[in-house]
Design a protein around this ligand. Structure first.
Ligand code: NDP
Ligand code: GDR
Length: 330
């Protein structure tokens, strides 16, 4: 049975990747950090299944800066593939906590590469990089050769990590890849990201639990995909004969306003009646437009995005209506 190790297994992407790998017959190991609660909502359906948890899915405690423990987990589990997804993933929050964002996303990635460098049986390594490394790019759409120009602490941390992944590949021959992911969403998206904030509020306004939705910059335009498609691209990246970097994107641009329209249409409300602008959600610097060119992933990995944004937003609104109805009933 092929074994894989995942950091960030409790997150949106970690949960979809775990499902994908289990479906492909992998044994999956996840690194989780110790917290006062053992609630891991996105993995509940797997950890409560005795045929899965403890037999094909295992969780191990480690802080990412605890090099000794991470090395021990790697030696014990001997994964063929290592997916590094953990990190403070909120761009706005990275302005409030720049040091820890850089520590965990930047230095955290370098520490893992250093551990791999010393291992006899090196797993293939996938780093979840981000379109935020391009910041305010000179060219559009962005591909793997677009120069990095990050404008947020999160983007700077990811740029450092991305370059280190390249450096360890070129200098030490490690099979290390960057999946340079553009935004991707799902019903499991964290509640403070703009799409989920919108779909959750649309549901709550429809069901009478709130009246207003406070947002920041409505002019932001992004290339939004579906998380399930993006973890498939991560897996494909490690199946290629040689390591490389891949832009994972749809090539389609939408604005925050369009997301509002899609979500509020689904609950038959007018978003203009409910949205207010709160300066606290406006970032010191924001990326205006990012759009990716996924040609390399399409040509070399046979990957293409299967689900469009309208479908994803509809799924998210429906899931949030269900959650809100349960909340009301309890
Ligand atoms: P989430 O925020 O949903 O999940 C983040 C994961 O990282 C969680 O498992 C979280 O654990 C863990 N984590 C956060 N901080 C730390 C830390 N200091 N030490 C250990 N673990 C930590 O993110 P996504 O699943 O959406 O994204 C996965 C990765 O892909 C992230 O690195 C993100 O930056 C990157 N990415 C995401 C994109 C997107 O659109 N979703 C696009 C481009 C890149 P816990 O549950 O304990 O908090
Ligand atoms: P992003 O996604 O910053 O692109 O990072 P996010 O959903 O946070 O913001 C997208 C755009 O919406 C604007 N916006 C708001 N954003 C949030 N979060 N909350 C608001 O109230 C709000 N109002 C307007 C933002 O200013 C921005 O323009 C995501 C994350 O998943 C990163 O981890 C990942 O690397 C990148 O996508 C690619």
């Amino acid at each position: 049975m092929t074994s894989a190790l995942i950091t960030g297994i409790t997150g949106q992407d970690g949960s979809y990747l775990t499902e994908l790998l289990l479906a492909k017959g992998y044994q999956v190991h996840g690194i989780v950090r110790r917290s006062s609660s053992t609630v891991r909502q996105r993995l509940d359906h797997l950890t409560s299944d005795p045929d899965v948890y403890g037999s094909r899915l295992f969780l191990h405690y480690a802080e990412l800066e605890d090099v000794t423990t991470v090395r021990r987990i790697l030696q014990k589990t001997r994964p063929a593939e290592f997916y590094h997804l953990a990190g403070q993933s909120h761009v706005g929050t990275s302005f409030e906590v720049p040091e820890s964002t850089c520590e965990f996303s930047g230095m955290g990635t370098l520490r893992l590469l250093e551990i791999l460098r010393d291992l006899d049986n090196q797993p293939k390594f996938l780093h979840a990089s981000s379109s935020e490394i391009f910041g305010r790019p000179q060219v559009s759409p962005q591909d793997e050769s677009t120069p990095m120009n990050p404008v947020t602490p999160y983007g700077v941390a990811k740029a450092f990590a991305t370059q280190m992944v390249r450096l360890y590949r070129e200098s030490y021959g490690i099979f290390s890849c960057n999946a340079i992911c553009f935004n991707h969403e799902s019903p499991r998206r964290g509640e403070s990201f703009v799409t989920r904030k919108i779909t959750r509020s649309a549901a709550r306004i429809r069901l009478g639990l709130q009246t207003e939705l406070a947002l920041g910059n409505l002019d932001g335009r992004r290339d939004w995909g579906f998380a399930g498609d993006y973890v498939d691209a991560m897996w494909r990246s490690l199946q290629a004969p040689t390591p490389n970097d891949y832009v994972i994107a749809t090539g389609q641009v939408h604005s925050v306003r369009e997301v509002l329209q899609m979500a509020f249409d689904e609950v038959e409300l007018n978003w203009q009646d409910h949205v207010v602008i709160d300066p606290k959600f406006i970032r010191p610097a924001d990326v205006e437009l990012l759009v990716g060119d996924p040609s390399r992933a399409r040509e070399r990995l046979g990957w293409k995005p299967l689900q469009d944004l309208a479908t994803t937003i509809r799924q998210m609104v429906r899931a949030d209506l269900e959650i809100t109805r349960k909340e009301l009933a309890s």
